[in-house]
Design a protein around this ligand. Structure first.
Ligand code: SF4
Ligand code: FES
Length: 262
């Protein structure tokens, strides 16, 4: 094990007030520590000095919950491809490195404190239609509906989205299309998701627009930043599903009827 001496520039901000970068010297950080463990060490030292610890979001620390959202050296989740911040290790840095640590920046994700942003817009998009409203039964019931392997594999790929928001932070338009396309696409691909497909697609896209996310202009930065490597092909599918649903709605399809099927 070796120890690293690092120069941190950490974004400090309280809700509604202007923020600033604070210089923090992080000495003797074990290179086997994760990025969040490094912040834990920094915070313990700040607390010991009677200073305010750096606020950051975290939960599972194993790459599955999507909480550890922060931008490291300009890249959401840092420089390691397909890796969440909690799975990033300090051995990826060198001693005397300067590391810039910022929150995910997007109009629709206001800063709550320091590195924590409000990502509840994602919850509201999910609540708008990212579910199947009938009881789908237990595992034996699900297994009674045969699904082709290619379709099942693709749906599984989309289901890997952990809702972290890196795609939004990486996009110059702060578009949420990769997230929405993964969440809608997963359900829209499977037989159990078909009856509500059109309603789901319209509702989720419209909620996304309402939340103030920008439009997608095919920059592909979202795919590059995504820790789960969600493909932009899901955006293509969402655009197709949306066009079909909107056309059906415009021509008086049954999707407008409350409680009705497609
Ligand atoms: S699509 Fe990728 S980057 Fe976007 S929220 Fe899902 S996991 Fe995070
Ligand atoms: S803390 Fe859960 S994905 Fe990083």
């Amino acid at each position: 094990m070796s120890l690293l001496n690092l120069h941190l520039k950490v974004w400090r901000q309280n809700q509604g007030k202007p923020g600033h970068f604070q210089d923090i010297e992080a000495h003797e950080i074990p290179d086997h520590a994760s990025f969040l463990e490094m912040l834990d060490i920094v915070n313990e030292r700040l607390i010991a000095k009677g200073e305010e610890p750096v606020a950051f979001d975290h939960d599972c620390r194993e790459g599955i919950c999507g909480s550890c959202s922060m931008t490291i050296n300009g890249m959401p989740h840092g420089p390691e491809k397909a890796t969440t911040t909690c799975q990033l290790h300090m051995r990826k840095f060198r001693t005397e490195d300067t590391i810039w640590i910022e929150p995910f920046r997007a109009h629709a994700f206001p800063v709550i404190k320091d590195l924590i942003v409000d990502r509840t817009p994602f919850d509201r998009i999910q609540q708008a239609g990212g579910y199947i409203s009938v009881r789908t039964g237990a595992a034996p019931d699900a297994n009674s509906i045969l699904i082709g392997k290619e379709v099942a594999d693709a749906a599984m790929d989309a289901a890997e989205c952990i809702g972290c928001g890196a795609c939004v932070a990486a996009c110059k338009n702060a578009s949420a299309m990769l997230f929405v396309s993964a969440k809608a696409g997963q359900l829209n691909s499977l037989p159990q998701g078909q009856p509500e497909k059109n309603r789901r697609t319209l509702a989720m896209v419209r909620q996304m627009d309402k939340e103030g996310f920008g439009a997608c202009t095919n920059q592909y930065e979202c795919e590059a930043a995504c820790p789960k490597e969600i493909s932009v092909r899901w955006i293509t599918k969402l655009n197709r599903d949306y066009a079909l649903a909107a056309t059906k709605e415009a021509f008086g399809g049954s999707i407008e009827r409350a409680g009705g099927g497609d």
